[in-house]
Design a protein around this ligand. Sequence first.
Ligand code: 3SK
Length: 505
Amino acid sequence: ELVYPERLNAGAELLRRAIAAAGPDGRALIDHDHEFSWSRVDLISDRMAKVLVEQMGLVPGNRVLLHGPNSSWTVLAWFAILKAGGVVVATMPMLRASELTTVIDKARISHALVYETLADAVTEARAGTACLTHVMTSAELQRAAQSLPAGTRFDAVAAAADDPALIAFTSGTTGKPKGCVHFHRDVLAMADTFARHTLDLTPGDVVVGTPPIAFTFGLGGLVVFPAAAGAATAFVPCPGFDALAETIERCRATAIFTAPTGYRTLLKLADQHDLSSLRTCVSAGEALPAATSDAWHEATGVRIIDGIGSTEMIHIFISASGDDIRPGSTGRAVPGYEARIMDAEGHPLPPGETGRLAVRGPTGCRYLDDPRQSAYVQNGWNLTGDVYRLDEDGYFWFVARADDMIISSGYNIGAPEVEDALLRHPAVAEAAVIGAPDEERGQIVKAFIVLNPGHEASDDLRSGLQTHVKSVIAPYKYPRALDFVDALPKTQTGKLQRFRLKADA
Ligand code: 3SK
């Protein structure tokens, strides 16, 4: 069982561990043109925390929007917010203003730190909400922190271990974002369970990855786990797998966090880039097919560590590494967690039976003011949306998703959210969205559209609708496939029969 002191600041504690493991000069954050040691991360985040408290009026418990790309700046600001006692609400860089406004209102965000190039979206979002009162851009924060007297430090707020440290948003089955609250002790628990038992990071490691820091898979892999071990993180300077492969080669990265699509794409780039430095490869976000695991092993000699986690549980709770890996299986419950398969009534099922995956452990689901809490947590068990089978040896085998969530390249996309965006176009009478199987991305978003009278199906209209969706919601949610149909399959009571669309996809 994990035991933490009553008073605990996860930001300060992670930096204490990093410096203890790697030494003050140990490599911490690597951007394409700059590098920070762990003592610089500690110092700069102290000064940023000072600015948050003394110039932005932050008091412990205030929720702080952190809107930045995967970069040193975002990590420095993340540590600063925690040290100042703020609650980090990190958002994906590609979110549009309307999506940011929803998050700001739901989480009652009062302060925002925003990366310079993303400032316009936050300015626009701020106009739509009364909550957000204090905003600083990365350049303003940097100037303010640099202007503090030499030697300025900050005593991290002595939070309670059970004080909220972050709120992570999941899009959920309805496509409506749900905020998951995680405490200071939860942030450490992800390092002290999955990372400690499954990974073997040390100060010599250099970690890379694709998931955004706003997604807890990325937060663990690129921030929390390296800090807890005193390892370094190298940031990919721009989106895309070429840049990822180039970063692996340039920085001699030893560990990588990405989704199965990432491994399949890197395999195609392996003849142009030297990926031989990689020794720890972690996959999550969608089930890892055995074929991808085998192809990667054949090409690199390294077995991918698969895992399933959730935003609700903060990170991975089933996984396996080294000789324990059985390709095609996600693995066994991570020490500290218990997992079981349940039937529709919530009774445990024996090995061999297929049912809903349930988990309990040191972290767990606490939705922000959401009545769906009681559907997710029952008798202490967190009921995931995944259907699994357990074998006699305690290995869990993925069967399917229990809901209509589309998982494309590791991103969770709620079908109703895309339908809603499509229905805002004047040509669209009805829209239905499903996940269609795709070799590269696991699934792609596929839309079926019934047109309003006066509009004709054409390639131009198809790309017009795709562009429209990208302008309304985050571009990665747009339908890559789009069929025009005369009618949607419905029940007699008018309910959409998604399964019939899926069967034809
Ligand atoms: O999708 C997953 O498996 C996952 C893993 C770690 C953290 C969060 C999530 C959703």
